[in-house]
Design a binder for this molecule. Structure first.
Ligand SMILES: [Fe+2]
Ligand SMILES: [Fe+2]
Length: 301
């Protein structure tokens, strides 16, 4: 009897119930947002435009690498977390596709980064499935750090266009909510520190040169390569002493620590603050949040 009751309870576990809700967000991206939406600077704005182009193919790779091992997961909580992870990443990809279309209409070359990242991922797809999952855990470590930086960095908040930044804030929060999922799936299939190290090297070797070349290409297409004041200001905003990326990079090697786990670095408080800012009673994304009621009902079950 006890067993049958607990199995009924287990069946009700969903992504929303375990803190990873697939929020159906539909952005009305304001077409009047400034062309250079970060710090009125082309170089830095194009860095974020490039990341936005990377996300949809990258997130499909993450989902696929987790899906390959989904059947090997018996733990009911982790199964529900996987559902939440899949739902969140799918919607991130869809909304970034929409943002990328808008940026392309404005004349940014969004095809180049998409093409390059697809090429890079097709190389990673030749690796064994477990190594692809290990690579996903590394890239999810990056997206979690990126998300934390986005939500913590008051200078970034002040310099970014308030409308354009909302999609990044929502994405950042959800990257933190699901940051453990790929890693916990990898743990269920064995977690080899050596394989994780090799996956990190392969990911960096394939993606970093592409990132650099693509960014330079986009800046050149915008007619801003060699525009010294724009280039220097943008590089300083990203890689200066207190630059946005500078504050992420020192935390990347944590991935190699033997005791690494995404949740060892606790971001619960930050997530709570931003969940309230975005989706609380006065949340700035309530109009865009199409299934709030369904998620609240599912969380209450
Ligand atoms: Fe994502
Ligand atoms: Fe993610």
């Amino acid at each position: 009897m006890t067993a049958s009751i607990s199995s009924i309870v287990r069946k009700k576990l969903t992504g929303a119930k375990v803190g990873i809700p697939a929020r159906h967000i539909n952005f009305n991206i304001n077409e009047s947002a400034p062309r250079y939406f970060y710090g009125d600077n082309a170089t830095a704005t194009l860095f974020f435009a490039m990341l936005s182009a990377f996300f949809p193919p990258g997130e499909r790779f993450f989902m696929e690498s987790v899906r390959n091992f989904r059947d090997q997961v018996d733990d009911e909580t982790l199964k529900a977390e996987i559902s939440g992870f899949m739902g969140q990443e799918a919607i991130h990809g869809r909304e970034h596709d929409r943002l990328n279309e808008l940026l392309a209409e404005r004349g940014f070359d969004m095809k180049a980064p998409e093409k390059f990242v697809k090429m890079g991922l097709s190389i990673l797809e030749k690796l064994p499935a477990s190594t692809q999952l290990a690579a996903t855990t590394y890239m999810e470590h990056f997206t979690a750090l990126l998300g934390e930086q986005l939500l913590n960095d008051s200078e970034f908040q002040a310099k970014a266009d308030p409308e354009m930044i909302k999609i990044w804030q929502w994405h950042a929060l959800e990257e933190l909510e699901h940051k453990n999922v790929a890693y916990d799936v990898y743990e269920t299939i064995g977690n080899s520190q050596m394989e994780r190290f090799l996956a990190m090297v392969a990911s960096n070797a394939v993606l970093l040169p592409m990132l650099t070349v693509t960014w330079g290409w986009m800046v050149a297409k915008e007619g801003k390569l060699g525009s010294l004041s724009d280039n220097l200001k943008g590089l300083n905003m990203l890689f200066g002493r207190r630059g946005f990326v500078t504050q992420i990079l020192p935390k990347m090697p944590l991935f190699n620590f033997k005791r690494f786990h995404p949740k060892a670095h606790d971001t619960t408080e930050l997530e709570n603050v931003w969940r309230e800012k975005l989706f609380g009673d006065q949340g700035v994304l309530l109009d865009e949040f199409k299934n709030k009621e369904a998620i609240q009902n599912a969380s209450a079950i």
